[in-house]
Design a protein around this ligand. Sequence first.
Ligand code: XIL
Length: 339
Amino acid sequence: GPGLGEVARDHGLRYGAAVQAAMLERDASYARAYETECALLVPEYEGKWAALQPAEGKFDFRGLDALTGWARAKNKTVRGHALVWHNAMPDWLTAALAEGPDRARALLDAHIRTVLDHTRPTIREWDVVNEVVADPPGSDTPQSTPGDLRDSPWLRALGPDYIPLSLRLARAQDPTLRLVLNEYGVEEEAPHCLEKRRRLLDLVRSIRRAGAPLDAVGLQAHLQMDRPFNPASFTTFCRALAAEGLGVLITELDVRESWRVPDGYPARDQLVADRVRSFVDAALAGGVKTFLTWGLIDRYSWLVTDPGVKRADGLLHRGLPLDWEGNRKVYWQAMVDAF
Ligand code: XIL
């Protein structure tokens, strides 16, 4: 039957997933799943600074070009991720940023200029800044920082202005590019999530006040089953962002199961699917039109490969629409039903 991308399109929505460019070449069944299910693709790694500028001034677009080439052949849209982020920074960059604000500004300008110039024909929407709000107390990874912004080499080098500056540089380089600020940890009802919502809203309002350009906010939506979710409250939050004149996208949906859930795939999968249905319904009610999952097939998900996020009890997360073998799960059906 038709994939999620087609179903979404039939309802005026967009669906896609994060992809590993090298896997598209290496694994035919992986490529086939993306071809079937996705209208939209985002590089899981190939758009990050460490991939694009591994040494100062030496840009490497091979991975990203492979992805945009494949997408073009298959008639898919690619969104960019991510120009400015505190992770996937090459060591040379971290060291250079400590040399002072002039050096930091020059590097930021050169990176944004070179990348956007190269991707202008193939990528029309970029996550310009990613994960810039600090995690409040009570979250898994709280940051002690004086303000609401995450302590990062960029913040240390340039202060809070690095955010509007990045957006301005992107707009100046490519005036019709859709500029997105991407963030996590605001989707659920835990007190630290609600505090992070407040911080994010304050940030986008301050960007507006500064007269800096911003078109949309991406909400990553790395959901956790052991956190409370309140659909009405999340819908209200999406509408509050929209009221600032911003588009709202769900950019990295996946679901981490509670470690307390006993094994047994049918039961686990149904709990996750119910959460996905409730989440997507709430986002739709809040005006969201674009949905991406962070990966497509459980086997390749960072939820099972990343040492920092995989389950400590030895069981595997099943947080994506397709199972280990690439078969559609009740999760997939939940998204179809929601769309
Ligand atoms: C993750 C990748 O999926 C991992 O493979 C990598 O080890 C770390 O980065 N938020 C983001 C993404 O914006 O870029 C992250 O991707 C997941 C969390």
